[in-house]
Design a protein around this ligand. Structure first.
Ligand code: HEC
Ligand code: HEC
Length: 569
């Protein structure tokens, strides 16, 4: 046969694109199997070890990151290629007569590819995998008999080690075995259909094998290129106590968008109905479209339902992906989350992951844990970096730069600035050292404190915050003793025993902050009067709310963040 006739024959109606796409689908499955076996060698399924083992593969095992990324790309490719092959098979009518079995096998393989994705994602046990899976189990729980399905998926009432062992068993044993059987079914059905076609005297395009090889090569090359360009996700270790804005992976976006578009009462019906509807359409299409006439006009209404479903899924997926990309709240939440993800990798690298697991590691990390504690307990009144009251209104001083010379100087000049005590119950309790008093009588013998004296006092205070003033700050210490103990304590001494002015020795140091957090009313920092109900919105004590370890951790977090940041308006 000449090349020219090969080409015309191949481009003729008998060449099957769907077969080419199916071969590309097998290629992706092959890559998935090989990389999956590779990954299984270094994976350990338990809540304390899963993240650590994936971290090891990603960052420490030579080439591990590439195997992971290839596995991820191949997994998503099976969904895309499987769906495309099914749609094109539908267009080509590749389910007629003896082909029907192969068509059903093809649809089953696509469904199993989806199950592989669902069971594979949570295995790394990071926030995205964990919260994504939790959402999926909750949706499953809405179906009729869903409570049982949910319990089966989780291995009990809540996520635990059993969740991971059964996910792993499903992902690495059950699904591959089921896929193997499905492919055997598919192969047998195709062979039978081919033999029947030959008996009837109709032969496939002679160039078909070339098409198949080309599809397979292009699929393999594309997967390799994508795997080089991307990295498989590994977010911070799953923290069941944390909050996470979970969104479904793209292949479930369509269901998610459709589900959110209907009233809550029918959401369960929709979630349960969608797979049943899809299966029914796959089962019915060969029957509907059994007529051998191939006139497009006659076929259109018979293939429309299944093609409509596939097209609808594609359109809703696009809508969901686009909507997420435009959601500014989600973008911000993700940015904060990515910071946490980077931190997890940093801590794991610097300190190694302890035997009690990556989550325990994060809980002991002053930065991550400190941030969580501060956001929950302190950011309602104070500001520290991006952690601030939601409405932006400070009812306590901003802690940016707290303990530095600049902060101390700012308090001396304008204690009632909006970012200091202006929004708190302490407004007008401490006078400015440079602005004249409002009261006319007081103004008469008032003089501003010279800038050099303010600086000396601020330097003394900043040195105390860094661990203790020395002889170099003696002038500042002397000035404070002269000027400030009318209201303040200095080494426990004061002229005003019932006053409000806090202790200035050790001010801003780790010990001072620790004491303030534990209980502001002990005179180690502020005094008993600071806890009076009359001081509306005063700082609460935390020694009855947080563990001693958490107080230590939060203290170090506040101190180091404050020391490293600058006072800002
Ligand atoms: C209800 C509001 C409120 C909450 C919540 C709160 N504080 Fe305060 N905080 C204050 C006020 C008001 C002061 C001023 C002194 C006082 O009331 O004891 C203060 C003082 C402080 C000081 C001394 C420096 C300064 O700004 O005057 C530190 C440090 C501090 N808080 C840290 C924290 C930390 C850390 C948390 C979370 C565990 C926290 N605060 C929770 C209101 C609050
Ligand atoms: C009239 C009483 C009074 C005098 C005088 C006074 N303070 Fe204060 N100071 C206070 C009170 C009350 C607070 C608590 C916050 C507020 O009311 O603004 C305070 C807060 C402070 C703080 C912040 C404490 C914190 O929460 O971190 C510093 C620092 C400080 N004063 C330093 C000084 C220095 C230095 C002098 C002397 C130059 C001085 N103060 C003089 C009453 C006084």
């Amino acid at each position: 046969m000449s090349v020219a006739s090969l080409v015309t024959d191949t481009l003729g109606a008998r060449a099957s694109l769907s077969r080419g796409l199916s071969v590309a689908f097998f290629t992706a499955l092959g890559v998935l199997a090989v990389t999956g076996v590779g990954l299984a060698f270094s994976y350990a399924p338990s809540t304390s070890s899963a993240w650590a083992s994936v971290y090891f593969t990603e960052y420490q095992l030579a080439g591990g990151y590439f195997v992971r990324s290839l596995h991820m790309v191949a997994a998503e490719a099976t969904v895309v290629l499987g769906a495309l092959a099914l749609a094109v098979a539908c267009l080509e009518g590749r389910y007629r007569g003896a082909r029907q079995g192969a068509f059903f096998a093809q649809a089953t393989a696509l469904a199993l590819a989806l199950v592989a994705c669902v069971s594979g994602n949570p295995l790394r046990w990071d926030n995205r995998g964990y919260f994504g899976f939790l959402t999926e189990t909750n949706i499953a729980g809405e179906l009729p008999g869903g409570a049982l399905v949910r319990a089966l998926m989780l291995g009990g009432g809540t996520a635990s080690d059993f969740t991971l062992t059964r996910l792993y068993a499903a992902h690495a044993l059950l699904v591959p075995v089921a896929l193997g059987l499905t492919l055997a079914w598919w192969g047998r059905a195709s062979l039978r259909a081919g033999a029947e076609a030959r008996d009837e005297g109709s032969v496939g395009a002679s160039g078909q094998p070339w098409i198949d090889v080309a599809f397979s090569l292009v699929a393999a090359a594309t997967m390799f290129a994508l795997a080089r360009a991307m990295r498989a996700p590994l977010e911070a270790p799953a923290d069941p106590a944390g909050s996470y804005d979970a969104r479904p992976e793209w292949y479930f976006q369509s269901l998610y968008v459709a589900r959110n578009a209907v009233p809550p009462a029918v959401q369960g019906v929709l979630a349960a109905g969608a797979p049943v509807l899809a299966a029914a359409l796959v089962a019915l299409t060969p029957r509907l479209d059994a007529d051998p006439s191939r006139a497009p006009g006659a076929r259109a209404p018979r293939v429309a339902p299944l093609l409509g479903l596939l097209g609808g899924v594609a359109a809703l997926t696009a809508v969901g992906v686009r909507r997420d990309a435009r959601d500014t709240g989600l973008t911000a939440a993700r940015a904060a989350q990515h910071q946490r993800d980077r931190r997890a990798a940093q801590v794991a690298k610097a300190e190694g992951i302890p035997p009690d697991g990556a989550l325990a590691m994060m809980r002991r990390d002053p930065v991550s844990r400190g941030e969580d504690l501060f956001r929950e307990h302190c950011a309602t009144c104070h500001r520290l970096g991006e952690l601030a009251p939601a409405d932006g209104k400070l009812t306590a001083p901003s802690l940016d730069g707290f303990g530095t010379e600049a902060w101390a100087l700012a308090v001396l000049k304008d204690p009632d600035a909006p970012t200091l005590f202006g929004g708190s119950a302490y407004k007008e309790k401490m006078p400015s050292m440079v602005q004249p008093p409002k009261d006319a009588a007081a103004r008469r013998d008032w003089k501003p404190v010279p800038e050099a004296d303010l600086l000396a006092m601020a330097q003394f205070l900043a040195a105390e915050a860094r661990g203790g003033a020395t002889g170099a700050q003696a002038r500042g210490a002397k000035l404070i003793k002269q000027r400030c103990t009318s209201c303040h304590l200095l080494r426990g001494e004061t002229d005003d025993a019932d006053g409000l002015g806090p202790e200035l020795s050790g001010w801003g140091s780790l010990a001072w902050i620790r004491a303030q957090l534990a209980n502001p009313g002990t005179a180690a920092t502020y005094r008993a009067a600071s806890m009076s109900p009359a001081l509306d919105g005063h700082m609460p004590r935390y020694d009855d709310k947080l563990s001693s370890d958490d107080l230590d951790l939060l203290t170090r977090f506040v101190w180091s963040r404050a020391q490293k940041s600058a006072v800002r308006p």
